[in-house]
Design a protein around this ligand. Structure first.
Ligand code: GLP
Length: 243
């Protein structure tokens, strides 16, 4: 795992966007795996700027998002569909048919999940997967537990995650209790992974992700088994690995 420590969130966002931009430029049909959450917001803002400055063209880009809450309408302001339109898709020239985001709203979830995995394979797999990390070590919505799923699936969210993510909702009661997420196996199949983390609150998670025991109790620890992971962190998130 390559570890890059930067001074600020601004630098982290610019570096992450540059990695994505390079992938798009060097690949004729780039396939990106995308994450949500507050961490990649700055990266998306940079990518929009790069598009406006004609540094990057999204017309041949295909995207697969990691996850989505179960039961939230795609127009719900806290849905990841909404997030992606707001932060990226509404501002660039990506083709609608090339955008893929898990859905779990009024449909057969297991059939949707199988179809999602088939679409990733049909696109040739993910070239560059962007990841954030949950405070409890979750990746996408692959929550800690005795077992991890390989493929896209419906999952229960842990109390930790519900509490963490309640900051985006009016109250913890409004946070969906389930989500659809790509599985750890699908994520580990990406050719390259870029893991982003910023701030003190991620320092403990980053420490467990980069060293020590590989365990389903801390899903991000599995990334140590991947051959091409770059961890891009600011000083605060790196605090416990720099010591
Ligand atoms: C959510 C998402 C994850 C994300 C995590 C961290 O739970 N499902 O994909 O990595 O939050 O979010 P943040 O970047 O806001 O800390």
């Amino acid at each position: 795992m390559e570890i890059v420590v930067v001074e600020s969130y601004r630098e982290l966002s610019a570096r992450a966007a540059a990695v994505v931009g390079d992938e798009i430029k060097k690949n004729r049909r780039p396939v990106l795996g995308l994450a949500t959450g507050s961490t990649p917001e700055g990266m998306y803002a940079q990518l929009v700027r790069m598009f406006n400055d004609e540094e990057v063209d999204f017309s041949n880009v295909t995207t697969f998002n990691l996850d989505e809450y179960a039961g939230l309408h795609p127009e719900h302001p806290q849905s990841y569909h909404y997030y992606m339109r707001q932060h990226l898709f509404d501002h660039i020239n990506i083709k609608k048919e090339n955008i893929h985001i898990p859905q779990c709203y009024n449909q057969d979830v297991s059939e949707f999940c199988r179809e999602y995995d088939r679409s990733v394979i049909a696109a040739g797999g993910v070239d560059l997967q962007i990841l954030g990390i949950g405070g409890n070590g979750h990746i996408g919505f692959n929550e800690p537990g005795r077992y991890l799923n390989c493929l896209t699936h419906l999952t229960d969210l842990t109390e930790d995650t519900i509490k963490d993510n309640s900051r985006f909702f009016n109250s913890p009661d409004e946070v969906p209790r389930q989500a659809v997420t790509m599985g750890m196996g699908s994520i580990m199949h990406a050719a390259k992974i870029l893991l982003l983390a910023s701030g003190n609150s991620k320092a403990r998670a980053i420490k467990h992700a980069v060293g020590g025991t590989i365990t389903t109790d801390f899903p991000a620890s599995l990334l140590q088994l991947h051959r091409d992971v770059t961890l891009l962190v600011d000083r605060e998130a790196a605090a416990l690995i720099e010591k």
